[in-house]
Write a protein that binds this ligand. Structure first.
Ligand code: VAH
Length: 313
């Protein structure tokens, strides 16, 4: 069966729901440092679990006969700038725990998320290549770049079957994001419906790679189900779908809510966003395991506003 570490997070929550629907709830063990939503807690096995505690994870692996682990626990870019050492400890020690469990033969497959945050200010910003200059200038980006190096090392040296995706900013309605720089692209939809206006913490022309959560979950499950021999990248695959600016997302929202107003007040997250790419070349993912996104900005906006309206009514 499967263990999800960080199952209460923005990605973990939806990933848990999708895997339970696909494989049966009793084959998916959700875990996190804290309890999650009522539906997450009530519809399948859940364990309170600190992803930095090797023995605690090992106990859960043995008890439930876990074969594969999705490590979705991490501290994201904005929060990590406030607590560098806590971010490094969580992001790295949780990864070493699952890599070492696989090296010891206690689990046989790992998914670990990387991010466009591995790229830095001197990385080519348009159509950022799979292999290019990577000098991340954020704590989170440094932890993800280092994590990618360790994933590739454990695969080459010990045969560990670890698979990874460099997620862009993710847009979801089922779960709130936590502590990310791309979170404005979720907050804006909530504010458009609740207040009819939004003050954006990034400037209007800040173009960032983004993805609708349904696409990200499908990519995650697809790469995990792919034939190991098809995977030519064991650091982490670039993964793209769309890129847009706050001005463009506001324009799409006004197609549905004509009187929606946006204002701009950049904060410390502007420097983080400015160090990241504007668009991503994900041809390796498309060639190796058939990646193809479904949602563009118009479809994402429609889905977000419809689902958030239905949820609150
Ligand atoms: C963040 N959503 O903003 C995450 C992600 C590419 C962005 O890593 O930190």
């Amino acid at each position: 069966s499967t263990l999800i570490l960080g199952a209460c997070g923005q990605i973990g929550t939806e990933l848990t729901m999708e895997l339970r629907a696909k494989h049966g709830a009793n084959n998916i063990v959700a875990s996190d440092i804290r309890e999650g939503s009522e539906s997450l807690m009530s519809k399948g096995p859940f364990e309170l679990l600190d992803a930095t505690n090797y023995e605690a994870i090992e106990d859960v692996i043995m008890h439930y006969e876990i074969e594969e682990v999705y490590l979705m626990a991490a501290m994201l870019s904005a929060t990590a700038e406030k607590f560098p050492m806590r971010a490094w400890n969580l992001n790295m020690n949780s990864l070493f725990n699952v890599l070492n469990l696989a090296k010891e033969g206690k689990i046989n497959k790992i998914f670990w998320p990387s991010s466009i945050a591995v790229f830095g200010p001197n990385t080519p910003k348009q159509n950022t290549p799979q292999n290019t200059i990577m000098e991340p200038s954020t704590v989170y980006g440094i932890s993800k770049q280092s994590g990618e190096r360790w994933c590739e090392y454990y695969h080459k040296k010990f045969g560990v079957d670890v698979r990874s995706l460099r997620y862009p900013g993710l847009i979801s309605w089922k779960t709130m994001p936590g502590g990310g720089t791309t979170d404005y692209a979720v907050d804006i939809y909530h504010e458009a419906l609740n207040a009819g206006k939004y003050q954006c913490f990034l400037s209007e022309d800040t173009q960032l790679p983004m993805m609708y959560m349904e696409d990200a979950i499908r990519a995650t499950i697809t790469i995990m189900e792919s034939d190991s021999n098809a995977l030519t990248v064991r650091s982490s695959y670039n993964l793209g779908s769309m890129s847009f600016t706050p001005k463009q997302i506001a324009g799409q929202i006004r197609e549905h809510i004509p009187e929606f107003e946006i204002s701009y007040a950049s904060d410390f997250r502007q420097q983080i966003a400015d160090s990241w790419p504007s668009s991503i070349d994900d041809s390796a993912a498309r060639n190796d395991w058939g990646w193809k996104p479904d949602f563009d900005l118009a479809a994402t906006t429609k889905a977000m506003l419809e689902n958030l309206s239905a949820k609150s009514s």
